[in-house]
Design a protein around this ligand. Structure first.
Ligand code: HEC
Length: 449
């Protein structure tokens, strides 16, 4: 017995000191785990952030060590959806296989804390306005209530700018008051006055989601994603023109957290006097003929758009709702080559980012951009809002479905900047027309049955 015990102790001592008997290093929290958490997790997993618990101390991590190893092993955390382009997107929230291995080995070693001297300092995160006091602060009129339970909420806050001339924005920060519930924010520019009217119709300064903002955007400003830092770019080239007469529409996505809470977001704008050298163009794609029968396993829709000019692609954003499963975007170049732009094969409604390419690339005039959306309306899709599954059609609520894709970039030739909007708008109208036609055709076939 005594022998056993001493063997046990002999075996344990090296473990505690972070060394296995073979001389091989055993990962400890202080030395190996904390740096990974501080760099990849704590920006969301800290007090008043979107993560459901902090990951800042040994105790925080030890309590959940198995869950952390499991969830990082399955690549559920950190949340990052694109599979093509792990390495081609900026600020990708991904771990290396080695880092994932550290969590696993740490749990297998009994989650040791390690030596105090190895612990890096607590990470610091910017609070308030990251880039200093903004030139202009817009504030949502009154606190908006997010109920304890229920589906995710998409709301559009309308913030009139009333500019008497065009202004150039070089940075933007969205500052929610309650970051626990704030999942995403998108700033959409409305030059049509439609958003104001929609808000008035709903008796205030905001209106619900119509599967989209309910108008054709004039453009976008940078949005809000949890844990992100706003920086001021040095170059004025990247500023964005906000034309006179434009209203800001802030689309917030809230995720209920089990108790009633409120949020009253603000937007901070930083201006420059310098007119941007170039303005962003967008390509919008969708297929709104969405009619997904109960039980449909792989319901697919596609859309394609031929580029009217050489176009330098900078970012990409895709959209589906709850039962969306896969989103695939690629380009067929005039020389016959194919280029993958985005693949999300485990679509998650809760994590929809705009993905920025590390190195923008040119797609030549005549390139056909193709998008394919796949939905799974079966009972074994864990995100199916209906049990048993039922017919899901295109619509405004998060339990209806939608498809969407926006690609942002600049035309290579400045002369193409204005003209490129024409085919883009025509394509948008075409999407609407096709959806109406498909619905009518379906009604007609049903009527003759
Ligand atoms: C961008 C923000 C963000 C980052 C970065 C992030 N998380 Fe999370 N995490 C969340 C949110 C939000 C949830 C709650 C579930 C959800 O909404 O997907 C969550 C949930 C979890 C859970 C609980 C999952 C469950 O099923 O109960 C674990 C464990 C976790 N995160 C670990 C990590 C680890 C480890 C990292 C870093 C390697 C990390 N997270 C990085 C936002 C983040």
């Amino acid at each position: 017995m005594r022998l056993f015990r001493s063997l046990f102790i002999v075996g344990l001592v090296p473990l505690l000191s972070g060394r296995a008997s073979g001389g091989e290093s055993v990962p400890t929290f202080n030395k190996d785990v904390a740096p990974i958490l501080f760099n990849n997790c704590s920006n969301c997993h800290r007090p008043n952030e979107v993560g459901p618990f902090p990951l800042l101390t040994y105790e925080d991590a030890r309590k959940r060590s198995k869950l952390i190893a499991e969830i990082t092993g399955k690549k559920i955390m950190p949340p990052w959806k694109p599979s093509v382009g792990h390495d081609v997107f900026k600020d990708a929230r991904t771990l290396t296989d080695e880092q994932i291995g550290v969590f696993k080995a740490w749990v297998e070693a009994g989650s040791p804390e390690g030596e105090a001297k190895d612990l890096p300092p607590q990470p610091k995160f910017p609070e308030g306005w990251h880039a200093g006091e903004p030139d202009m602060i817009l504030k949502v009129g009154k606190p908006f209530t997010i109920p304890a339970e229920g589906p995710d909420i998409y709301v559009h806050f309308v913030l009139p700018l009333n500019f008497d001339k065009d202004k150039y924005v070089k940075a933007v920060q969205i500052l929610p008051t309650n970051r626990k519930v704030a999942h995403h924010g998108v700033i959409i520019l409305d030059g049509s006055g439609t958003a104001r009217k929609l808000a008035q119709k709903h008796g205030g300064d905001h209106y619900p989601n119509f599967g989209g903002p309910g108008f054709l955007p004039r453009g976008f400003l940078p949005g809000y994603a949890p844990g992100q830092t706003t920086r001021l770019e040095k170059s004025d080239k990247v500023s964005i023109t906000v034309a006179k007469g434009t209203d800001i529409v802030l689309q917030m996505h809230y995720h209920p957290i089990g108790k009633d809470v409120t949020d009253q977001p603000q937007i901070g704008l930083y201006f420059t006097d310098k007119k941007p050298e170039r303005n962003i163009n967008i390509v919008g794609m969708a297929n709104n003929d969405v009619f997904i029968p109960a039980g449909a396993k792989d319901f697919k829709r596609t859309d394609s758009f031929t580029l009217p000019a050489d176009f330098e692609v900078e970012n990409i954003w895709g959209h589906m709702h709850m039962i969306g499963r896969e989103m695939k975007v690629w380009a067929e170049l005039p020389d016959g080559k194919k280029k993958d732009l985005l693949l999300i094969s485990d679509w998650d409604f809760n994590w929809q980012d705009t993905y920025h390419y590390k190195k923008p690339f040119v797609l030549p005039k005549g390139t056909v951009v193709k998008a394919e959306w796949t939905w799974v309306n079966t009972a074994d899709n864990p995100r199916n809002p209906n049990s048993p599954p039922k017919l899901i059609t295109w619509g405004e609520g998060s339990t209806d479905e939608m498809s969407g894709l926006i690609i942002g970039g600049i035309t290579v030739n400045p002369k193409d900047e204005g003209p490129m909007w024409i085919p883009v708008i025509l394509h948008y109208l075409d999407i609407e027309r096709k959806a109406v036609e498909a619905t009518e055709k379906r009604k007609a076939t049903q009527a003759t049955k």
